[in-house]
Design a protein around this ligand. Structure first.
Ligand code: NAI
Ligand code: MG
Length: 366
């Protein structure tokens, strides 16, 4: 039987720097845990534009469709700011998401004990926090028609976007959330604005329907998204899995992420429909961008990308115990006080480099 395949797209800025550390982690699992992957590396974003004049070639797109999972670093940077919209680095990422039909975006907000004082909230509120926001990623107001800016009759202009969801779009992301809940603590909170939006009423009814028909064992609650935002900062530990639409999910996942501190710590997964082999189409990537302000200086925190690989182990390769092992190694390194610059409090101490953090994670794995 062939090894599972992994397509690696380091991208731009700090993307290649953090991915170098992840490659070492992947190699460790091959050497020490007998978990070998067929790894292919390719270009995306500005790097692909420089080489091929497009942020994602058809060949790379085809490789992504065939891979069991894709791991991406980051795309973009000031060098590409003047490019035409159609070839901007971000278009490479958008094309991957769209053509792989990755409709469920998983954003964990997890608080490592050693970093609890790093949060802007009280230690008590965030210590031990481990929640997952599932954001619908391919529909809703960012894609709905009609859209545009048109003149009105009084010499002004009208800007229009349309929040639009079909039954199927709601049901499939609801299923993704319920499946996830069964692997966690069997609890889902669905968020919308059913009090003021028809699309929210449909959302609530369809999520309830999927629950009653297919997942009656999972505890389901509904909350208006504005209250959800308040509850997230008041007492986030009341939640386990949160499922919500594209717009609310964009905002709520960023809000939840910041409960736990640095951008350099945050992984994500974007999943599509289950394929014949049972694996979902999947793209794993850190939440952060290419960080041009620190690129090339060895300062980037590789943990977000390392934890993205841990998510791949769990959700694409059914290696939950190995994912736990990797997360425990990260936890140990943090508990030992190893910090990249982004994790330093004002008081000081001296930070480790990107490679230094990689070294520490490998040592903890050993
Ligand atoms: P950013 O996430 O690249 O950086 C924001 C701030 O966080 C910077 O000060 C940066 O140094 C810091 N930071 C980010 N990741 C870090 C890490 N791993 N370790 C330590 N510090 C870290 O967001 P920004 O500055 O808004 O965007 C920069 C470029 O990245 C732009 O071209 C943007 O379009 C692109 N971008 C790409 C994303 C992606 O590939 N998914 C996501 C967000 C932005
Ligand atoms: Mg956002």
């Amino acid at each position: 039987m062939s090894n599972p395949s992994l397509l690696i797209l380091p991208g731009d800025g700090i993307g290649p720097e953090v991915m170098t550390e992840v490659r070492r982690v992947i190699d460790w699992f091959g050497a020490k845990r007998g978990l070998a992957f067929d790894v292919t590396e390719d270009l995306v974003g500005g790097a692909a534009y420089d080489a091929h004049g497009t942020p994602l070639t058809d060949e790379t797109m085809a490789k992504a469709q065939e891979a069991d999972a894709v791991l991406l670093g980051a795309v973009g940077g000031p060098k590409y700011d003047e490019l035409d919209f159609s070839v901007k680095p971000e278009r490479g990422l958008l094309r991957l998401r769209k053509e792989m039909d990755l409709f469920a975006n998983l954003r964990p907000a997890q608080c490592f004990d050693a970093l609890a004082d790093f949060s802007s909230l009280k230690r008590d509120v965030v210590a031990g926090l481990d929640i997952m926001i599932v954001r619908e990623l391919t529909s809703g107001v960012y894609f709905g028609e009609p859209r545009g800016i048109t003149p009105d009759n009084e010499g002004g202009r009208i800007g229009v976007n349309t929040q639009r969801y079909t039954t199927d779009e709601i049901r499939r992301v609801a299923r993704a959330a319920f499946e996830l809940a069964r692997r966690r603590n069997n609890k889902v909170c669905s968020m919308e604005k059913a009090n003021v939006m028809e699309s929210g009423i449909l959302w609530r009814e369809e999520v309830q329907h999927v629950h009653d028909e297919e997942y009656p064992d999972v505890e389901l609650s509904h909350m208006y998204a504005d209250n959800g935002a308040m509850q997230l900062v008041r007492w986030p530990k009341q939640f386990d899995v949160i499922v919500t639409d594209n717009l609310f999910g964009d905002i709520l996942s960023d809000c939840a992420a910041m409960l736990t501190g640095s951008l350099g710590m945050l992984p994500s997964a974007s999943l599509g429909a289950p394929q014949e082999n049972g694996r979902p189409k999947a793209l794993y990537e850190p939440v952060h961008g290419s960080a041009p302000d620190i690129a090339g200086q060895g300062k980037a925190n590789p943990i977000a990308c390392v934890l993205s690989f841990a998510m791949a182990l769990r959700y694409s390769f059914d290696q939950g115990a190995e994912a736990d092992r990797l997360e425990a190694a990260v936890e140990k390194v943090l508990a030992d006080g190893v910090r990249t610059a982004d994790l330093m409090q004002a008081e000081g101490g001296s930070p480790v480099s990107t490679t230094g953090m990689g070294d520490a994670i490998l040592a903890a794995l050993d």
